[in-house]
Ligand binder design. Structure first.
Ligand SMILES: Cc1cc2nc3c(=O)[nH]c(=O)nc-3n(C[C@H](O)[C@H](O)[C@H](O)COP(=O)(O)OP(=O)(O)OC[C@H]3O[C@@H](n4cnc5c(N)ncnc54)[C@H](O)[C@@H]3O)c2cc1C
Length: 475
């Protein structure tokens, strides 16, 4: 079958508006978020139902065409765009964006995979519940993408990552069969828990079409505090003091070095310093108020006083209102954008056991400075999850000098490898949040446990023997 009859076949399944081939619109589906992976595709196909997804997969199988599943295309590792444009389609779930049911008694929500994360959050909020996954791309990323990358974000410390927020899934397999695992059960020990195979699989094992999500009671209020420490180890002690006294009310805990704070205040208009001068290390904490607000505030005040007296923190501000809370979080959320505006940087997204975060910051910063003298380490992120975005900004002397910037970026691979070796030695992971995609597949092959990698390949071959789903990703 040639391309023309293949496209006609697809159109007969999803309707003419469900097949995108014009260059301008197709570009939106084949250009990855940061523009790092510029691709192409035979078409972007936009089914409206699970049955259509199944029929599209069968049509692709008949024509020997591969499929790149796509949600919001905000993944940052090249997983959502094709590698071989002439032999692949993008299968976009963007038309399957409905919220089908919100159940306030069982605290669940049924959504289609193309539902935008912010819409799911709002649907929960409307019935006084919270769907707690929260991340910078929440206005664009979609539930199917969140599931396929096992997304994390800022609230993992309290609610877990995407894997912890799901009860059931519906998945279309590589042979077109539909697996109905849409249960709402909190307890189900009938054999293997198949949904977990597809969560974090980056679209290599099946196409997620619907999901049963968990919702939670909505906090009555939220207290946000910005704390100043001299060292990362003190941030960790402060966080644990807060958790000892406030328990699960701690909803988010982010560590921010002065370099990231200053860069953001400089680069992002409208941001205001939470305190002056910038602390060497800041700890930004959100406390959910589930009980009486005054009592939580009193406990928070008492812990902060104790932390000052014990030289754990040397200053702290509690946001006075929602506007100030918004200002604090705006700084945190804008760090990546500020970094990009400030010049080139080499990225790492890693995790280590939580108690080793201060050690990683110390050893990692030293290593990066040895590897590229003058370059500036910027480790920030989810302290409570042991997950840091450990980036390396180009030396100040290189900024604006094209040749020097190019030379710096050429060291990306060497620096990644040395840094990942350190992370591994410390019992960590080379990809804490964004997955493997195309970006880290060589590093996965280099660093993964051989038996583990073998098991992954066995599962892939069993579920997708023709390598039709997202070829060239992860492996
Ligand atoms: C500004 C910004 C901030 C971010 N912050 C965070 C963060 O804090 N934490 C975090 O974890 N991530 C973060 N990310 C990364 C990204 O937003 C997440 O990985 C998100 O979960 C991807 O969702 P998506 O719908 O855009 O997926 P896509 O980018 O479209 O796809 C991601 C992967 O999932 C596959 N896929 C998509 N939909 C399906 C489906 N229905 N079935 C099967 N496979 C599918 C794709 O093939 C691809 O491999 C951030 C990204 C940006 C741009």
């Amino acid at each position: 079958m040639n391309n023309e009859s293949f496209l006609a076949n697809l159109q007969s399944i999803v309707g003419p508006s469900g097949v995108v081939t014009d260059d301008e619109t197709l570009d939106r589906y084949t250009r990855e978020w940061r523009g790092k992976y510029l691709s192409g595709a035979i078409a972007a196909v936009r089914p409206a139902t699970t049955e259509q997804v199944s029929a599209v997969i069968k049509a692709c199988a008949e024509s020997g065409i591969s499929i790149t599943p796509q949600g919001g295309n905000t993944g940052l590792v090249g997983g959502s765009v094709p590698i071989e444009p002439t032999r692949e389609i993008v299968l976009s779930l963007d038309r399957m964006n409905a919220i089908e049911d919100v159940d306030t008694q069982g605290n669940t929500m049924i959504v289609q995979a193309g539902c935008i994360l912010a819409d799911a959050q709002q649907a929960a909020a409307k019935v006084d519940r919270v769907f707690p996954l929260s991340l910078g791309a929440e206005g664009s990323c979609r539930i199917g993408g969140n599931l396929s990358t096992n997304a994390g974000g800022i609230n993992v410390i309290r609610y877990g990552n995407m894997r912890d927020l799901v009860l059931g899934l519906e998945v279309v397999l590589a042979d077109g069969r539909i697996w109905n695992g849409m249960n709402r059960l909190r307890k189900d020990n009938t054999g293997y828990d198949l949904k977990h195979l597809f969560i974090g699989a980056e679209g290599t094992l099946g196409i997620i079409t619907r999901a049963v999500l968990k919702t939670f009671p909505r906090p009555k209020d939220r207290l946000t505090t910005w704390l100043a420490c001299h060292k990362p180890a003190e941030c960790l002690v402060a966080l644990n003091m807060l958790r000892d006294r406030l328990g699960d009310a701690i909803v988010a805990a982010e560590i921010i070095p002065a370099i990231a704070l200053d860069q953001t205040l400089e680069q992002i208009s409208g941001t205001k310093p939470p305190m002056k001068p910038s602390p060497a290390w800041s700890l930004l904490v959100d406390v959910g108020v589930f009980d009486e607000a005054g009592a939580v505030r009193d406990t928070l005040d008492a812990v902060l006083q104790e932390a000052v007296m014990n030289d754990v923190i040397y200053d702290g501000v509690i946001a006075q209102n929602l506007e100030q809370t918004g200002q604090f979080w705006r700084i945190r959320e804008a760090i990546p954008e500020a970094e990009t505006k400030a010049g080139p940087s080499i990225k790492h997204d890693v995790s280590v056991p939580v108690h080793r975060v201060p050690e990683l910051i110390e050893r990692g910063s030293r290593l990066l400075q040895e590897l590229y003298p003058g370059a500036r380490p910027v480790p920030f992120g989810h302290l409570g999850d042991g997950n840091l975005h450990f980036n390396l900004c180009a030396p100040l002397s290189a900024l604006g000098d094209k040749a020097a910037e190019t030379e710096f970026l050429a060291a990306w691979g060497t620096i990644n490898r040395a840094f990942h070796d350190l992370v591994q030695e410390m019992g960590g992971s080379i990809s804490a949040e964004h997955g493997i995609g195309q970006l880290k597949k060589d590093e996965l092959a280099r660093t993964a446990d051989g038996v583990g990698l073998d098991l992954m390949r066995t599962i892939k071959t069993a579920l997708d023997p023709e390598n039709r789903l997202n070829p060239g990703k992860i492996f």
